[in-house]
Design a protein around this ligand. Structure first.
Ligand code: THU
Length: 163
């Protein structure tokens, strides 16, 4: 038996350590929570994607009475970015969330399905996405979805030749 160790790297930062561009992106993600449609969970999530051409695309969670028909903020944003600007890589994705008491203190982290879509977005554009997870007490920053989704499934397997 051989044990494998997979290393992931995530930095914890404070807001004042961020540069102007990252702060602006986080502010846009926070603002996007105001456009969330979350009458069921009352948990409003916003995301802002900075694209290679400098455009910023935002999105929020959109719920549905038939709950699986709703969509998280991250996928809403990435699908919109990829359908509006199919040739533009996503450079950075900022995510923020608030409940009835305000923005979360701890950063929220994308669900499994959103991680899978982040992976696909990276692979299709061939460039890693910096991910900024906002919380009022700390911010997590990571460079590339491999840090949130190690040992992932991607399209490479579909065409892999048997050994
Ligand atoms: N949600 C997101 O939009 N992003 C996440 O990363 C986690 C959860 C949404 C889905 C649902 O509308 C609400 O938050 C509660 O789960």
């Amino acid at each position: 038996m051989e044990e494998m160790k997979i290393e992931i790297r995530i930095c914890s930062l404070h807001y004042d350590e961020l540069n102007e561009e990252d702060r602006r992106l986080i502010e846009q993600a926070k603002e996007a929570t105001q456009r969330s449609y979350a009458p069921y969970s009352r948990f409003s999530v916003g995301a802002a994607a900075l694209l290679a051409n400098g455009e910023i695309v935002t999105g929020s969670n959109q719920e549905n009475a038939a709950s699986p028909s709703g969509l998280c903020a991250e996928r809403t944003t990435l699908f919109y970015a990829n359908s509006r600007y199919p040739d533009q890589a996503v450079k950075t994705l900022a995510i923020a969330a608030r409940n009835a008491s305000g923005f979360t203190g701890k950063p929220i982290s994308p669900c499994g399905a959103c991680r899978q879509v982040l992976l696909e977005t990276e692979r299709r554009h061939g460039s890693p996405i910096r991910i900024l997870l906002y919380g009022t007490t700390e911010i997590y920053q990571t460079n590339g979805i491999d840090n949130l989704l190690p040992l992932s499934f991607s399209g490479e397997f579909l065409s892999e030749q048997p050994l």
